[in-house]
Design a protein around this ligand. Structure first.
Ligand SMILES: C[S@@+](CC[C@H](N)C(=O)[O-])C[C@H]1O[C@@H](n2cnc3c(N)ncnc32)[C@H](O)[C@@H]1O
Length: 219
């Protein structure tokens, strides 16, 4: 993400200049930071409070404390010992969104801690956001739920971006996160088409881009 796709997202934020941006899946806040640094947006972002656990029951996002960029002894991280070394959970409370705070941009950052499938967005009006990035859980049900929320909450003319989308079959075979996103997009294709008209894979990235299109929506 950071090496290949983040510059593309930064380019989109720099030119589209959203004022209100929504991001499913905060992790350490690298994507949110990109948006906050490229324009004047306020960013709302959701993440599981305790972090994601993979199919084998292990932490999905972690790092060696002594190899990562964390200050040793920093008590905000959830940690455990493995093979005599300390491992920190990088997508649990304390670490979620930390890069935004380390860059002093917390005053434009609204964090929501929940499973995005349980998010109650009913107090937010339709079209509240100028853009949304769907990059949280990558199973088909989570991507479906996040996409349906984004389609309601992004305004006409706004951008909807999905990360971990790639139509290349080899990439899909080697990466379960891509399969989940591709399956969800495939299932939701008629709904997305109704709201966005055409949508675009930014080749050769892992980003799919749609523009909310009122004309198509009203048809
Ligand atoms: C790929 S990372 C997000 C990367 C981030 N967008 C960035 O730009 O750096 C996915 C994140 O989604 C979170 N996540 C996974 N399933 C989720 C769910 N059902 N609801 C909310 N967050 C979830 C994980 O904890 C993880 O932090």
């Amino acid at each position: 993400m950071e090496a290949n796709d983040l510059p593309i997202l930064r380019y989109l934020y720099r030119h589209a200049r959203p004022r209100r941006h929504l991001e499913f899946g905060t992790w350490e806040g690298r994507g949110a930071l990109g948006c906050l640094q490229e324009c004047d947006a306020t960013v709302w972002s959701l993440n599981l409070r305790e972090g994601e656990t993979n199919e084998e029951g292990r932490w999905a996002y972690d790092a060696w404390l002594d190899e990562a960029e964390f200050a040793p002894g920093n008590s905000i991280f959830t940690r455990t010992a493995r093979n005599g070394r300390t491992v920190v959970r990088t997508d649990a409370l304390g670490a979620i969104g930390r890069l935004v705070h380390e860059h002093g941009l917390g005053h434009r950052f609204c964090q929501i801690y929940c499973d995005s499938r349980q998010w109650d967005s009913s107090n937010l009006p339709d079209g509240f956001f100028d853009s949304a990035l769907i990059d949280g859980g990558h199973t088909e049900d989570v991507v479906t739920s996040d996409t349906l929320n984004a389609l309601r909450l992004v305004r006409t003319g706004g951008l909807i971006m999905w990360h971990d989308y790639c139509p290349d079959v080899t990439a899909q075979q080697s990466c379960s996160s891509i399969r989940g996103v591709v399956d969800a997009i495939h299932q939701l294709a008629p709904v997305i088409r109704r709201h966005c008209g055409d949508w675009f894979w930014i080749e050769p990235s892992w980003i799919l881009l749609g523009v909310r299109n009122d004309r198509e929506y009203e048809r």
